[in-house]
Design a protein around this ligand. Sequence first.
Ligand SMILES: [Zn+2]
Length: 168
Amino acid sequence: MATGDAWRAWYERNREHYNAYQREYARAHRPERPTLTPEERREHRLASLRLWREAHPDLNAASTAATNANRRPQARARGERITSQDVLALWQRQPVCVDCGAGRGVDHVIRLGDGGSNTTGNLQNLCKPCNARKENAERTLPPDHPNFERARKARELRHRATTGVNAR
Ligand SMILES: [Zn+2]
């Protein structure tokens, strides 16, 4: 008989007595510190999370950006996931937004909806305002607009120029 089986058999026979003993032991050795209310526990959790975020601002921002990208339905459907490390590497290659030279973000050069992949080769550092401007421009340009494809190609070329993805 394996040790685990022997223990289980013993436990089945002594369950009631054993559990009562455990409860009594826990009561006797309860810590001095008063039990935290759920509200206090929540506050502690949030405070420690806040501390971690403040201590790791880049990793925290990268993790949020990766999570947002991975949440996109096209990325999920194709099982294409980027990691926080992928985003950190991108920000090392492109320290600032490729459009405005300030800010920081993660953008799919070729939109996921246009068949772009959720992989490092299709990412660029584009800050939120620039991303919104890009989305807006694309939304106002219907796909059959004569400039639509040219705008998309221009973005792609700019991306290649700034990432050197093709040069390597
Ligand atoms: Zn920008």
